[in-house]
Design a protein around this ligand. Structure first.
Ligand SMILES: [Zn+2]
Ligand SMILES: [Zn+2]
Length: 203
């Protein structure tokens, strides 16, 4: 007669429960339980609604999952359910609900926007000077990746102020424009000269 294995912690026999290594599954899980926080705090931008756990550029669910992954429990699936964060460890079939606290904040982009920050000006001149349809198309393309703190209607055309120089160059190139630029020093920040770039768009 073969003696069946027994869990050294609770004494249950193999056959009554599943075993992982030399322990029964319940004892194994309780000994390897990941430490979960008693609550999770995230920040939500009051202007655009974007959220931050560790960074504004990483989705909060992904950041929380990364933080709570454990060797024995695996990488959890994480989602927000009203006032809770649900953390589901598929590998061991366990799910936890952690109270969620949301604090109001202002994301980097909205903070810069509200401070009137910009890096580039697009000058629409020549046949584009007063082409409203073109201006609207350009602005909506730009707003997908950066922000427009203001536009200025001038006699000679429209000036569009843009948050990001790189985004401006990317969009104008994508629309098939050759980049005609000029830089203007506007200050020194952290010992570095900071330039604003003007992009000329004319037909
Ligand atoms: Zn046991
Ligand atoms: Zn924002």
């Amino acid at each position: 007669m073969v003696m069946s294995r027994q869990c050294p912690k609770c004494g249950v026999s193999e056959g009554e429960k599943d075993f992982i290594g030399s322990f029964c599954i319940d004892c194994y899980l309780s000994m390897n339980m990941p430490t979960l926080p008693s609550k999770v705090t995230i920040y939500r931008c009051r202007e655009c609604g974007s959220e931050r756990y560790t960074s504004w550029s990483v989705p909060v669910e992904e950041a929380i999952s990364h933080e709570l992954k454990s060797r024995s429990f695996g990488v959890p699936e994480v989602w927000i359910d009203d006032a809770h964060v649900v953390v589901k460890f598929e590998k061991v079939g366990m799910e936890f609900r952690i109270p969620l606290k949301v604090k109001e904040s202002l994301c980097n982009v909205c903070a810069q926007k509200s401070a009137g920050y910009y890096e580039a000006i697009i000058q629409l001149r020549g046949k584009y000077a007063h082409d409203r349809a073109f201006a609207e198309k350009l602005i909506s393309e730009l707003e997908r990746i950066t922000f427009i703190p203001k536009t200025e209607e001038l006699k000679e055309g429209l000036d569009i102020y843009v948050g990001s120089k790189t985004a401006t160059a990317t969009i104008l190139s994508a629309l098939g424009f050759k980049l005609i630029t000029s830089n203007k020093l506007y200050g020194v920040k952290h010992g570095r000269r900071v330039y604003r770039t003007t992009f000329l768009v004319r037909g």
